[in-house]
Design a protein around this ligand. Structure first.
Ligand SMILES: Nc1nc2c(c(=O)[nH]1)N[C@H]1C(S)=C(S)[C@@H](COP(=O)(O)O)O[C@H]1N2
Ligand SMILES: [Mo]
Length: 312
């Protein structure tokens, strides 16, 4: 797999200086990429396809990291089919070149090359819990940047109230798209306040490497406090609107999958309990936490919204 990423990110774990520091130092010295060219910061061993960043420890996972093999071989990605074993099929989805569009209620619609966009944000690593509505969970080190940073670049207007995350529908790579009863392209949405919340994250890396196609490469959104279906994979368009979007699963089955989809052990799915979850890898069952344990960061988003189905 050939992935073009800026050279600085190819630093292996063994390189002494974490990437954000390297970038800062380069900026400070005004040398840009020349530093690497001059051999001053050349990693001991350039590792093809590595993508590392300094870990942000503000969100302690309080769980073991899921073995990479489990997280990358047990997936939900309906564009490749309804089963969990879509990893090899997903390798057919090209990861570069990749463009991301910003449209709708924005100051100016934009279409940005992903690598160009990545040079304008600072990457960090976060180890986050992921909770699928089907009651399995994983804990993954993701590399990416907060959605709040992307909002600055996308420049939505004051009338924007919601964000729609539309994902790729590539007919030549994705056999699931032939199942025409599904409302492709897969899309998800949130409020502007949710998008601006510090926990809303855009991931381009996973386990120190680019996010593999099966997990949503080259770029996916993460809402760690919501059920996993909100975390759309392979984003192509981010649209700003003033009307609440109805997304993929809500269109299919509104009684089971709502707009908010915040994790809550006490609100069962109509067909099963949400009280506990199975950890990928160990298969251990553990109690589920409200907002998937991220309430201290996100609960205030929902204060006073008693009329809403916040947990479905
Ligand atoms: N485009 C797209 N994004 C998607 C899905 C999908 O089918 N298509 N499935 C969702 C669901 S239900 C879950 S649980 C997570 C799974 O992510 P993972 O395969 O990285 O564990 O992706 C979400 N994002
Ligand atoms: Mo899911």
């Amino acid at each position: 797999m050939l992935i073009r990423i800026p050279r600085g990110w190819e630093l292996p774990d063994s390189a002494a200086t974490p990437e954000p520091l390297v970038l800062d130092r380069r900026k400070a010295l005004g040398l840009g990429g020349a530093l690497i060219g001059a051999g001053l910061a050349r990693p001991a061993r350039a590792q093809e396809g590595a993508l590392t960043a300094m870990r942000n420890t503000r969100y302690p996972p309080a769980r073991e990291v899921t073995p990479e093999r489990d997280a990358t071989t047990y997936n939900n990605y309906y564009e490749f089919g309804p089963g969990k074993s879509i990893a090899s099929g997903a390798q057919r989805l090209p990861q570069r070149p990749w463009t991301l569009k910003f449209e709708g209620m924005v100051e100016k619609p934009q279409e940005l090359d992903l690598d160009g966009l990545l040079r304008r944000v600072s990457l960090e690593e976060r180890v986050l819990r992921h909770r699928c509505v089907e009651a399995w969970a994983m804990t993954v080190p993701w590399t990416g940047f907060p959605m709040a940073e992307l909002l600055k670049i996308a420049a939505p207007t004051a009338s924007a109230k919601y964000v729609v995350f539309e994902t790729v529908a590539d007919r030549s790579a994705m056999p699931g798209l032939r199942q025409s009863w599904y409302p492709w392209p897969y899309s998800e949405g949130c409020t502007m306040a949710e998008a601006a919340n510090e926990m809303c994250f855009l991931a381009v890396g996973m386990y120190g490497k680019p996010v593999p196609p099966q997990n949503g490469g080259p770029i996916r959104v993460l809402f760690p406090w919501k059920y996993g279906f909100k975390s759309g994979k392979a984003l192509t368009t981010i649209r700003f609107t003033d009307t609440r979007p109805v997304s993929f699963w809500e269109k299919l089955q509104p009684s089971e999958y709502g707009f908010w989809a915040n994790v809550n052990p006490e609100v069962p799915h109509p067909r099963w309990s949400q009280a506990s979850e199975r950890l990928l890898g160990s298969n251990e069952r553990v109690p589920t936490k409200i907002f998937n344990g991220y309430g201290e960061f996100v609960a205030s988003l929902y204060e006073g919204m008693s009329g809403e189905r916040l947990f479905l």
